[in-house]
Design a protein around this ligand. Structure first.
Ligand code: AMP
Ligand code: ZN
Length: 460
């Protein structure tokens, strides 16, 4: 079997993956901040996380995956200043912080389901682990690594000499970035809040008593507390997107490693960003973001977006483009058409073990090479095209259905794939798009064409 190689930010190298316990993987994923819908950039990161879990399973590992939900403590400003994002959005939307975070967590889970992403083994909300977070801060305090300012308890990064090894930013970069909104009482620019006092004078919907006074936890401490609770230290793999490599993850490492005296995680995987068109950063706070629902409203299958993300390596930046999404949409339709038109049955599955092995090896090699999805998809299309030339389409489909455990493209989905002809599926998509752009005359004519093919459409 091929050995899985992964690019590890901790060493800056592609390395063979070796788990702590044979055949088992402990995996931690930084989860969403639930104050708005996830944008398709966030979702790219979760598609990558899902792919990683599926690939580890393919290579024979049993994966325990823990994901936190940030429902408190993530502030709008740099340098641990500004308002809590959940608190701010709840005031704007006239909901309590509890209602708002529950609403967006539900929306996030629904996006995950629509993208056919496997749920983590453990979901854990930050607000459900405040006692564990307080206890961790107390341990840091006992070790002399904290200090108090007028607005909170801070981690003294200068007392942890290994601080920020993985990060490429230097202190000056942090000062620049944080200049507008920085707590002048902090001793060093990289120090970060562990506990924030409620200094607003008003009662917050989310606040807790602590040895340091009423307040709420800083954003970074939840990930240390939650990963320690469910995975211990060290665990195997920690994931997030590239922005976390600079601040959030170095802070998690500092907290866990000082508190336990042990390494936090062996492999740190940071996924590339999906930028908005014209290379702008896509961010919930910038408001320039596309949601999965926007794509669906425009007539795209969520899985076409998933396939789109496979066209780049997970570490590369993607600049979003509608043309590229259209191309992935067509590719997905082609794949569905191929599967439904060549559905295997027992009689047409004659022995083809040599060829099957040849393709399996190619697929495994591409996947083992740091989850190189452009290479993996090239193997998929090679199999499709070669099988068409040489008449082994049914066998190819059988293999594709096996590989779909990794691809997660719902190739085996349902009667839709098997019974609706491809031509009709295209017309349905065109009609959805016509309706989305309010071109009802075109939608009507497409409905008639569908009826001529024996397909009746009903709008829900
Ligand atoms: P948040 O909900 O802001 O906490 O972010 C959830 C995840 O999405 C984190 O792992 C972020 O690093 C990641 N993320 C944020 N923006 C992008 C983007 N434009 N492209 C890819 N991932 C992103
Ligand atoms: Zn985290």
């Amino acid at each position: 079997m091929n050995k899985l190689q992964l690019y590890n930010s901790l060493t800056g190298k592609k390395e063979e993956f070796v788990s702590i316990v044979p055949n088992h993987v402990g995996l931690y994923t930084c989860g969403p901040t639930v104050y708005n819908y996830a944008h398709i950039g966030n979702l790219r990161t979760y598609i990558f996380n899902d792919l990683l879990v599926r690939a580890l399973t393919y290579f024979g590992y049993q994966v325990k995956r823990v994901m936190n939900v940030t429902d408190v403590g993530h502030l709008t400003g740099d340098g641990d200043m500004g308002m809590d994002k959940v608190e701010k959005a709840s005031a704007e939307k006239n909901m309590t912080a509890w209602e708002l975070s529950e609403f967006y967590l539900k929306a996030f889970k629904s996006d995950m389901a629509r993208l056919n992403l496997l749920p983590p083994t453990v979901w854990e909300k930050a607000t459900d682990t405040v006692p564990e977070q307080i206890s961790l801060i107390s341990q840091l305090e006992e070790k002399g690594l904290t200090y108090k300012t007028s607005d909170g308890i801070y981690f003294d990064t200068k007392k942890f000499p290994e601080y920020g090894q993985m990060s490429s930013l230097r202190d000056s970069g942090i000062i620049e970035g944080a200049r507008v909104d920085v707590n002048p009482e902090r001793k060093n620019p990289r120090d970060f809040a562990l506990w924030k006092f409620n200094i607003s004078g008003k009662k917050r919907a989310m606040e807790w008593d602590s040895p340091w006074g009423i307040g709420f936890p800083g954003w970074h401490i939840e990930c240390s507390a939650i990963s320690l609770k469910h995975l211990g230290a060290p665990f195997d793999i920690h994931t997030g997107a590239i922005d976390h490599k600079e601040i959030h993850h170095p802070n998690e490492i500092a907290q866990t490693e000082v508190a336990t005296g042990r390494k936090m995680a062996n492999y740190w995987l940071h996924a590339g960003f999906l930028n908005a068109e014209k290379e702008e950063k896509m961010a919930k706070s910038a408001g320039n973001f596309l949601t999965l629902q926007t794509l669906i409203d425009k007539g795209y299958d969520p899985l076409a977006y998933k396939l789109y993300t496979y066209s780049s390596h997970w570490r590369q930046t993607i600049a979003f483009s509608w043309e590229a999404l259209d191309a992935s949409s067509k590719a997905l339709e082609k794949l569905y058409g191929f599967v439904s038109g060549n559905w295997p049955n027992l009689t047409n599955l004659s022995n083809w073990s040599n060829l099957a092995n040849f393709f399996e090896k190619k697929f495994a090699n591409a996947l083992a090479d740091d989850l190189n999805m452009p290479k993996v998809m090239a193997v998929v299309w090679e199999l499709v095209n070669e099988s068409k030339k040489n008449g082994y389409q049914s066998q190819a489909v059988q293999k594709l259905l096996e590989w779909d455990k990794v691809l997660g493209l719902n190739l085996d989905q349902d009667d839709f794939v098997k019974e609706i002809p491809q031509e009709a599926k295209k017309l349905i998509a065109q009609r959805d798009r016509a309706r989305a752009s309010k071109n009802y005359a075109l939608a009507d004519s497409l409905r008639k064409q569908l009826e001529a093919l024996g397909v009746k459409v009903q709008d829900k």
